[in-house]
Design a binder for this molecule. Structure first.
Ligand code: FAD
Ligand code: NDP
Length: 515
């Protein structure tokens, strides 16, 4: 995948347009805090806790505006409440369903008909999330970070206005300010009935009752992951794809992910765009869409429509323009330099809100911690956003680091790269008689010299665990020879990466046979 291997932004260029706006005359030491962080999600919490640990006086503001459907949650941001954590737990719930079916083949006596209890799963997941909310509050207290459950906005470059749920207002001043307000799911506002009758990822994890037959609109991370776990727990699920699945990822790998999902039971409405959502007297949602292949209109009814059509940055309420913090007008995200500084020197932005940054929790956390160290003068180390590994938690997980095959060809030319690949069968699939057609490995290398690895792609069980390990090698300058010199751990799926030896160019059968 190419998305997270972009070059670093040019800091010098950014400094030229920085505006120094001062509406108050502060001198160092006159502030309420050394650091005020707006946004208590992955990045904001990491930054505030680290800064406090380094001896800074810190406050963090976090405020959750309820979703359109009224869902709300506690401290911790998207990942903890409506992202990575509930998603991975529900993904696990779905995988357990598959495991139970496999278990029969391994001798477990399990009744033929299996059913899943949504309220029970949802309550268990939500209770875990609440325990994490509480854990974050305790950690802030322990680390002496002042937590303000208030909505923040900038008054000037050193002053933050904070308003609580009852409208009570206060201001706090700080030497430095970090903006870490993340984003929220978008609705397709041009589709009548979309906002009125649809839900988003801000709601799905907090539903008390099963969403039942669901239409998921969108075809990227959020859409495919949600559709995957909904299918896995036994719900009739359709994904509506406007163009391609997993844009920005290696498209051969994306195809394997969706092929597996189709075989797993997820329905796909390819090349379709929604036109309208209406509520029928029965309570069912009638969705009308256009089949872009034929331009024909189609209709079906669903219990739930889940919009997974991307996320919008939470920047509008921050009063950025008045203070001189520049945004990219197209994306609405804050323009940041390599040191996370905005166009106002003492105001920084980290995480999803930063233009060009990967929308991933570990990058937000690491960027926040490194920033805290630089602000304290402990270090000058910058966040390295190159070659960040990622995993899509679909029924067949897909992990990758580095370039997609398309991007490697674009950058180096088809003749200059060597693609090693293998179709392998996870051992656990054998006795269970599961189809392994989509379990695949692809290692993209430079063709000449020591064959530096440019991209590494893996579909199969525990792809996140596998990819995490190999991403360390990637950071250390992994070459094809390194992979081949690594002794595998047998019997694992990850060992297949150390054995991969068939090149795509050779046209030989890449199916792994024997040990
Ligand atoms: P957030 O975590 O969004 O935190 C921002 C916080 O600021 C929120 O609490 C918000 O309410 C608050 N806020 C906003 N405005 C204000 C204001 N004016 N005043 C006070 N508070 C404010 N990433 C992964 O790495 N792995 C995954 O598996 C993964 N799964 C995901 C699944 C889903 C469904 C989604 C939606 C995202 C997922 N992500 C995943 C992405 C990850 O959640 C985000 O990249 C990460 O949470 C971004 O952190 P952040 O600190 O930038 O913002
Ligand atoms: P993305 O912006 O990645 O994808 C949006 C999807 O919605 C695309 O498939 C897009 O199609 C489609 N779409 C947009 N508008 C419409 C429309 N009007 N009608 C139909 N389809 C539409 O957003 P996501 O919300 O999926 O993910 C946001 C980010 O969150 C990701 O980039 C990722 O970094 C993070 N994330 C990480 C996860 C992980 O680490 N496992 C899991 C989930 C999220 P098209 O391609 O045609 O534009």
């Amino acid at each position: 995948m190419a998305a997270f291997s972009r070059g670093r932004p040019n800091i010098r260029g950014l400094f030229t347009f920085r505006t120094l706006i001062s509406t108050r005359n502060f001198t160092a030491g006159n502030f309420d805090y050394d650091l005020v962080v707006i946004g208590g999600g992955s990045g904001g919490l990491a930054c505030s806790k680290e800064a406090a640990q380094l001896g800074q006086k810190v406050a963090v503001l976090d405020y959750v505006k309820p979703s359109l459907k009224g869902s709300k949650w506690g401290l911790g941001g998207t990942c903890v409440n409506v992202g990575c954590i509930p998603k991975k737990l529900m993904h696990h719930a779905a995988l357990l369903g598959t495991a139970v079916k496999d278990a029969r083949k391994y001798g477990w006596q399990i009744p033929e008909s299996l059913s899943h209890d949504w309220p029970m799963m949802a309550e268990a997941v939500q209770n875990h999330v609440r325990s994490l909310n509480w854990g974050h509050r305790v950690q802030l207290q322990d680390k002496k970070v002042k937590y303000l459950n208030m909505m923040g906005s900038l008054v000037d470059k050193h002053t933050v206005r904070a308003v609580n749920a009852k409208g009570k207002e206060t201001t706090v001043t700080a030497k430095n300010i970090v903006l870490a307000t993340g984003g929220r799911p978008k609705y397709p506002t041009h589709v009548p009935g979309a906002m009125e009758f649809g839900i988003t990822s801000d709601d799905i994890f907090w539903l008390k009752q099963s969403p039942r037959k669901t239409l998921v609109v969108g075809a990227s991370y959020v859409a495919l992951e949600c559709a995957g776990f909904l299918t896995g727990i036994g719900l009739d699920t359709t994904v509506m794809v406007r163009s391609i699945a997993l844009r920005g990822f290696d498209q051969q790998m994306a195809g394997l992910v969706t092929d597996y999902m189709e075989a797993y039971g997820t329905k796909f409405s390819w090349r379709s765009t929604p036109k309208q959502v209406e509520k029928l007297p029965s309570g069912l949602l009638q969705v009308t869409w256009t089949d872009l292949n034929t331009e024909e209109e189609r209709q079906d009814t669903f219990n739930t429509v889940l919009w997974a059509v991307g996320r919008a940055p939470e920047a509008r309420t921050l009063n950025l323009e008045n203070v001189g913090v520049k945004i990219n007008k197209e994306t609405g995200k804050i323009i940041v330099a390599a040191d996370e500084a905005t166009s106002v020197p003492n105001i920084y932005a980290i995480g999803d809100i930063g233009e060009g940054r990967p929308e991933l929790t570990p990058t937000a956390i690491k960027a926040g911690k490194l920033l805290a160290h630089r602000l304290e003068g402990h270090s000058t180390e910058l966040m390295n956003y190159d070659n960040v590994a990622t995993t899509v938690f679909t029924p067949l997980e897909y992990g990758c680091v580095g370039l997609s095959e398309e991007e490697a060809e674009k950058r180096y030319g088809k003749d200059q790269i060597e693609v090693y690949h293998a179709f392998y069968k996870p051992l656990e699939f054998t006795v269970a008689e599961r189809d392994a057609s989509q379990c695949y490995i692809k290692v993209i290398c430079l063709r000449k010299g020591e064959q530096r690895v440019l991209g590494l792609h893996f579909t199969g069980p525990n792809a996140g665990e596998v990819t995490q390990g190999f991403s360390l090698g990637f950071q250390c300058g992994l070459t094809y020879a390194h992979l081949r010199n690594t002794v595998g751990i047998h019997p694992t799926c990850a060992e297949e990466l150390t054995k991969v030896n068939i090149t795509k160019r050779s046209g030989l059968d890449a199916t792994v046979t024997g040990c």
